[in-house]
Each structure stands twice: as structure tokens, then as C-alpha cells.
Design a protein around this ligand. Structure first.
Ligand code: SAH
Length: 476
């Protein structure tokens, strides 16, 4: 079946919907948006349909179907549960040359109703010619999540300014370049934030510029989450799909990079776990170079950009160089790893507060207030600590946290190779050593860590060390 796609203008045109149940109601609801002159036909109709009839917004044949209902109709929708009746309606349509859609019956239908993504005036219609309606629906959901709600207002704004843009840029190539910067740049960004007036001002400003505005580059700081690509936000996904250049940390997992625009330029910066880092200056220089060249740069970071991610420094740098930026938060390792290990970070019985800290190196450890950190009734989430576990263990115990306090070490949290090690504070360093934990690993200290033993749901059961071995290792 080779269908011919079209978008029909039904304003003021008669459309007949046969049937009075929920399916008919759904069809009427969709048709009402078009301003069609809708007539339902059925002996009995649903409450909602009756309300619309009562308010005068649709008409009603209160009877069994009759062929003459088709007179004057441009389209017919057969939404009855009676197959023989649907067949009769389809045949009547054939005779009068009126297009008929029989709901959920591709064979009987002379027109199909696609699955629709509505960003009016922008409309995306999807059809599988009845072969796989479910697939069309799934596809619709995907596209739905990819397209920002601001696209509709953007298209409407472009339509309103069409004449002026045309007058300002009579040359098609230049006009196209202008529209591209419009759709990718500040105007779109303002609409995403639901600031239509600011968007219009930005458009006016762009039109008023004497020279063709240089495409302005920008940087979006995106948090990629701990690894599972499903934890990326919709904003993050969109930014990745619009990016010209992606500067990403090593910590960002491959499945996430695969969601990005294929022909973007990927540059890996930074190294995990103490290895040689790309100097921060170099990252700054790269962002500046590409943004100044008019490109859309995504700076993609593991977890959240503002949690031990130096996102603040990068924004200060961009601000100083007058580069536009946006920030898309991500799920930070503490939140992601805890969820995937089955550890509620707070719990009415065990922990009323949560602290995120980093134990990157001796210097950062020495500046921490260990007395405060050793207080009971709180959960600690320690980032970048694998190399410093003995020191963390000693400091906490020396400052009064009980050696029996449960801990969990989560390696590669939310990734297919996630491992969770469960032990006590007194066995912290030795159990990490025994299981040869590597970076990235997150440490959780506090009573809640023990809940992983029951609530673990992702990946293998938590690892522990055999009790006898624990003594040996502790003595060592
Ligand atoms: N901005 C990041 C943190 C960067 S620091 C965030 O918000 O998560 C890097 C440290 O984060 C690692 O050394 C490790 O302690 C932790 N980390 C990040 N991803 C992790 C993961 N998938 N599993 C375990 N720890 C992780």
C-alpha cells in the first residue's frame, strides 16, 4: 500500500463521525482542533460527546446509520464496534467519493490517520500504512521526547516575521543562513525558557544588525549522569543532537556518546582517576576556539557538571569571554550509584542528612572537618576516594564514627559492569583492596549502606569479604 501523505485543511468543512463511544470521542477531540464542522451519528453517545452537542460545538444524528448522512461530508470516520456496519459505511463512502477512515481497519479505510507529534504550526505525522500501528506510536513517543515544546512558537514566530526577514535578506543563501542562526541561537533559547518577548527582542536585534550577524557560537554544559544512557535528561539529549563539537570527559560512557549527532566533532578531554589530565586551560581554549568559530559546543561531563566537575570555573571563563552558555544538570554519581545499588541516601530511621565530599588527594583530605563528618545519623558520599580509603577510614574512626558503621563501595555504578562491595568502616580499606576496586568508585558511609543487602536490584549481589579473611586482612 503506497499512501500519499497530505495535511487537510478542514476548517468549516463537514466531517461525519459514526459511533458514539470512547473511540468516536477521541476522534472528535482531535478533529475539533481543526475547526471542522463535526457531525456525530449514533443512537447513543458518550457523556463528553453529549456535552459538546449541548454546547453546540458539534451536531448529532440520533439514529442508526443512514447513507444520506454522507451528503455534504468531506471526510467520514467510522468508529463503531460493528464490523458489518463499518463495511457499509466504507461502501457508502466509495459510492459518494468521500474518504472514509475505519478505525483500526487499514483494509477498509480509504484514508489513514497518522500518529502525530503536534508542535503547531509544525506537525509531524507518522504512518506505517496500518502495518504496525504500535511501532508508529513508539516512534511518535521518541520524536515527542526529542522535539522541544518551543518549536511550535518558533515556527509561529518565523511565520510572523516572514515578510520582514524576506525583505531584509532578499538573497536566498543569506536568508537561509539567517534562519539557521535563528533556529539554533538565542531566539530559540529564549523560547525554550518560555520568554516569547525576549525571543522577539532578540529577533528584532538580529534583524537590525547592519551586517549579516555572524553565527554566534555557544556552549552547553551537559551532565551525562553516571553511565546508564537512560539517565541522561531530555535537554541533555537535545543538546547532544544539535552539537557541532562535543568536548567530553573520559568518564562519559560510550552508549551516551552514541546518542549524539553522528557528524559532530568529538574531542576527549580529561582523564579519570589521577591519570594525566587535559589541563583545564586547554579545555577552556578549545571551548573558546570552537564557540568563536560559531559552533555549538557541548561540554559533556560525567554526573552533574556542578558537583566536583569544575563546571563553575568553565562558566566563569565563558562569561569573561562573552560566550553564551546554558547548563543542563545531570544525575550525580552519589544519586545514581545509590539508586542502582539499592541504597536510599536518607532514611527516617538511619540518616537525616547527606554530605557529598571528595577525597581526591592528601591536601583535600586535610582540609575536611572530620569531627563533623564522623557524627552519627548522616550519610557520606565520597567521590574520587579509591586511593585514599585507608586515610578516610582512619580519620572517621579516630573522630568517633563506629568501626561497625556499614559502608558500600560502588564501582562503575549504573553500568553493565557495576560491582557493589559491602563491608564495615573498619574493613573499608581491606575490602577495597581485596576486590581490587578501580576508578570510578563511589564510597557510601552510613547505616543506609546496609540496606543494599536487601534492596539491591541492579547487577550482581553485593560482594562481602569472608569473616575469617576480614580478620587476617585487618591484622595485615
Ligand atoms: N561530576 C561528577 C563527579 C566527577 S568526580 C558527578 O557529579 O558524578 C569523579 C568521581 O565521581 C569518581 O572518582 C567516582 O568517585 C565518582 N563517579 C562518577 N561516576 C561514577 C560511577 N559510574 N560509579 C562510581 N563512581 C562514580
Amino acid at each position: 500500500m503506497n499512501l500519499y501523505p497530505l495535511f487537510a485543511n478542514l476548517r468549516g468543512k463537514r466531517v461525519l463521525v459514526v459511533g458514539g463511544g470512547h473511540v468516536a470521542e477521541r476522534k472528535v477531540a482531535a478533529l475539533r482542533k481543526t475547526g471542522a464542522d463535526i457531525q456525530v451519528g449514533a443512537p447513543r453517545i458518550s457523556r463528553q460527546l453529549a456535552l459538546w452537542v449541548a454546547s453546540g460545538s458539534i451536531g448529532h444524528h440520533r439514529a442508526e446509520f443512514a447513507d444520506d448522512w454522507l451528503q455534504g461530508a468531506w471526510l467520514v470516520v467510522a468508529a463503531t464496534a460493528d464490523r458489518a456496519l463499518n463495511r457499509r459505511i466504507a461502501a457508502a463512502g466509495e459510492r459518494c467519493r468521500v474518504f472514509v477512515n475505519v478505525v483500526d481497519d487499514a483494509e477498509l479505510s480509504s484514508f489513514h490517520v497518522p500518529a502525530v507529534v503536534d508542535r503547531s504550526p509544525l506537525l509531524i505525522a507518522i504512518s506505517t500504512a496500518g502495518a504496525a500501528p504500535l511501532l508508529a506510536r513508539l516512534l511518535r513517543e521518541r520524536i515527542e521526547s526529542l522535539l522541544d515544546a518551543s518549536l511550535g512558537p518558533l515556527a509561529a514566530l518565523a511565520a510572523r516575521y516572514r515578510q520582514r526577514i524576506r525583505a531584509r535578506f532578499p538573497d536566498l543563501t543569506r536568508r537561509r543562513a539567517f534562519l539557521e542562526t535563528l533556529f539554533g541561537g538565542k531566539v530559540a533559547a529564549e523560547l525554550r525558557r518560555d520568554r516569547p518577548l525576549a525571543a522577539e527582542r532578540a529577533l528584532e536585534a538580529a534583524l537590525a544588525e547592519v551586517t549579516m550577524p555572524n553565527p554566534r557560537g555557544s556552549v552547553v554544559l551537559v551532565g551525562a549522569g553516571p553511565g546508564d544512557a537512560g539517565l541522561l535528561t531530555l535537554h541533555g539529549l537535545r543538546a547532544l543532537q544539535q552539537a557541532d563539537v562535543i568536548l567530553h570527559d573520559r568518564l562519559v560512557s560510550t552508549p551516551i556518546l552514541e546518542l549524539a549527532r553522528r557528524d559532530a566533532l568529538f574531542i576527549e578531554v580529561g582523564k579519570q582517576g589521577g591519570g594525566a589530565q587535559t589541563p583545564q586551560d586547554r579545555i577552556h581554549a578549545l571551548m573558546l576556539e570552537h564557540a568563536n568559530a560559531g559552533r555549538r559546543v557541548v561540554r559533556l561531563k560525567g554526573g552533574d557538571p556542578f558537583v566536583f566537575g569544575r563546571g563553575g570555573e568553565e562558566l566563569e571563563f565563558l562569561r569573561a569571554h562573552a560566550i553564551d552558555f546554558e547548563v543542563v544538570p545531570g544525575i550525580t554519581a552519589a544519586i545514581g550509584c545509590a539508586a542502582y545499588a539499592g541504597i536510599p541516601l536518607t532514611h527516617r530511621e538511619h540518616a537525616q542528612s547527606l554530605r557529598l565530599l571528595t577525597a581526591h588527594c592528601r591536601e583535600s583530605i586535610d582540609t575536611l572537618d572530620w569531627r563533623m563528618l564522623a557524627a552519627p545519623g548522616q550519610t557520606l558520599a565520597v567521590y574520587m576516594g579509591v586511593g585514599e580509603l585507608p586515610r578516610i577510614q582512619r580519620n572517621l574512626i579516630e573522630n568517633g564514627r563506629a568501626p561497625e558503621t556499614p559502608i558500600a563501595l560502588i564501582e562503575n555504578g549504573s553500568r553493565p559492569d557495576q560491582r557493589v562491595v559491602r563491608a564495615t568502616l573498619g574493613d573499608l580499606a581491606s575490602s577495597a583492596r581485596q576486590h581490587r576496586l578501580q576508578s570510578p568508585t563511589l564510597l557510601i558511609v552510613g547505616e543506609v549502606a546496609a540496606l543494599a543487602d536487601q534492596l539491591n536490584w541492579f547487577g550482581p549481589q553485593p560482594l562481602t569479604i569472608p569473616v575469617d579473611k576480614a580478620h587476617v586482612l585487618r591484622a595485615a
